[in-house]
Write a new protein. Sequence first.
Length: 388
Amino acid sequence: MDLDTPTAPAPGTRSGRPRLAIVLLNLGGPDAPESIRPFLVNLFTDPAILRVPGFIRPWLGRLIAWRRTRPATENYAILGGKSPLLELTVQQGEALEALLNADGTAEVKCFTAMRYWHPMSDETAAAVKAWGPDEVILLPLYPQYSTTTTGSSALAWIKAAARARLEVPTTTICCFHSHPGFASSTAAIVRGAWDRARAELDPAIPLRVLFSAHGLPESIVTAGDPYQWQVEQTVAGVVARLDLPGLDHVVCFQSRVTPQKWIGPSTEDELERAGHDKVAVLVVPIAFTSEHSETLVELDVEYREEAEKLGVPGYFRSPAQNSHPGFIGALADLVRHGRTSGRTLCSFAGPRQCPKQHKDCPHAALVAKLEAMPGTPPERTARARTTA
Ligand SMILES: C=CC1=C(C)c2cc3[nH]c(cc4nc(cc5[nH]c(cc1n2)c(C)c5CCC(=O)O)C(CCC(=O)O)=C4C)c(C)c3C=C
Ligand SMILES: [Fe+2]
Ligand SMILES: [Fe+2]
């Protein structure tokens, strides 16, 4: 055997490059009609979603889930009784893995950790541990940070990783609301939809863009959740790249599922206004990066019917990002940035992005934790404040 000639590692052995596990964080959805109820129970008993005292939550959460089961079952029936979310997330992971492996700087494998249905964090943490990574990146598929989505998923992951004794340096990407690659790829998708809509529509009819994001109870935003502010940042970034001067557009919020007051204006109110103004609408889902029940049913079926009833003279919908190459490129860029940042928590641009009134920004929690540590020198917290 020639000892001077390097040999390729045998299949199944280490490549010599560090192993990087990317954990895609997503919401999850039922995989069969019988999983709709337990999926909803998981969702409504999450303390990040149902903010009532702990002793009431299991009861109230189950009651709300029970009441929601029928409408949710009707919605998922239109999609064949299940959510397409896992399949689409796995496709995004495969595309991202291929792109990053081509860099040659790490051996990359993507995993999926869903918050409310399988594969959930415990299963995924065990799989990640079995693979033996040197580094982990947590990458949410939510562009905007909310305590109810990325915050809840990251917390579930931290607990599951501890249970699995997965002790590997981990970087969490908290948000990418205004990442230039994300904004440009979204603008390219929206521009395509705009051009198709304009080609179909009578030139005399004006077209308004409704950027429709998943809503949140107003109390969660008032408490400090940065989501609404981040949604507005995304819309500004996308509009700036659309190259449509004077574009008539609005940010609105869909999918209200509880009786509390939710942030507005609601997408339904905006449809009513469009009917009144006699303008056609292009609805753009802006807070979630794959197709799911709320785009395929709520937007494509329910709101379309509503728009017709309200006399809206045209109804069009822009697709979600899914595995659009520009979007996957943006995800790859976020991972590269996270790896070299040396941070455990990292926004798309490194330091904290949210103005300080949004105190549920996870970077604020990091500073609070440092401040609470006995004997932390004041200059350390001051530094964390500026760089967190
Ligand atoms: C109080 C309830 C809810 C809050 C707050 C909430 C926040 C939130 N959700 C998403 C994205 C998705 N939610 C999805 C489904 C879904 N969400 C809720 C409730 C709240 N969401 C329910 C009850 C459901 C189940 C479906 C239904 O009953 O209609 C999904 C879809 C999953 C799928 O179809 O596969 C997504 C995506 C965001 C971005 C968000 C806050 C920022
Ligand atoms: Fe939701
Ligand atoms: Fe933030």
